[in-house]
Design a protein around this ligand. Structure first.
Ligand SMILES: *[C@@H]1O[C@H](CO)[C@@H](O)[C@H](O)[C@H]1NC(C)=O
Ligand SMILES: *[C@@H]1O[C@H](CO)[C@@H](O)[C@H](O)[C@H]1NC(C)=O
Length: 167
């Protein structure tokens, strides 16, 4: 004959096991969703482009960032963190990455958007390497699921170039 405590304990253990199984099934089924996000970033204006007194280049850009990330949202998606970065090569570093803008997409309803904005974070090069510099803009995302592992990926947009002269 089992005591009440023993049965309650068994019941809780059973419930926790079911929950764990459901969570792993949830993240497993989520893996079958193959997102097909799209993104486009246009540089609408170079607001100014200067060499600072300390010798570092800084540029201010106006961007139109548009994206459709709705395919990333499943019932298991808590939110999506996105950021736009400028990526370029210099003699010192094969990859320089400067974050220009970021945001949190809380739901599928907000996942298709465009935003007309100046760079939220400063675009500074540690040196004076930006004149005439070719660069890429990348849209990175981190999908935070309700259960299971976070995953990240990016879209690379190529073919941007900074002016030859400061202005
Ligand atoms: C930004 O891009 C979106 C999508 O391409 C477009 O509908 C919108 O008019 C653009 N906005 C500006 C200010 O250029
Ligand atoms: C831009 O991205 C392309 C494709 O990933 C890469 O081949 C190229 O080297 C990148 N350009 C710069 C300036 O980082």
């Amino acid at each position: 004959m089992h005591s009440f405590g023993y049965r309650a304990n068994a019941l809780v253990t059973f419930a926790v096991t079911i929950l764990a199984v459901m969570c792993s099934l949830a993240s497993l089924s989520d893996n079958f969703n193959v997102p097909t996000p799209t993104a486009d970033v246009k540089v609408l204006n170079i607001n100014w482009f200067q060499k600072q007194p300390n010798g570092n280049d800084e540029v201010s850009l106006t961007l139109n960032i548009s994206a459709d990330l709705s395919s990333m949202f499943t019932w298991n998606t808590k939110q999506v963190f996105v950021f736009v970065a400028a990526e370029y090569e210099t003699a010192q570093n094969a990859l320089n990455q400067v974050s220009l803008w970021d945001g949190i997409i809380p739901s599928k309803e907000h996942a298709k958007f465009w935003i007309h904005t100046t760079n939220k974070y400063r675009f500074i090069d540690q040196g004076s390497n930006l004149r005439g510099k070719d660069f890429n803009l990348t849209l990175h995302w981190h999908v935070m699921p309700k259960t299971g592992k976070m995953f990240a990926d990016k879209i690379v947009m190529t073919g941007y170039r900074l002016p030859e002269e400061y202005r």
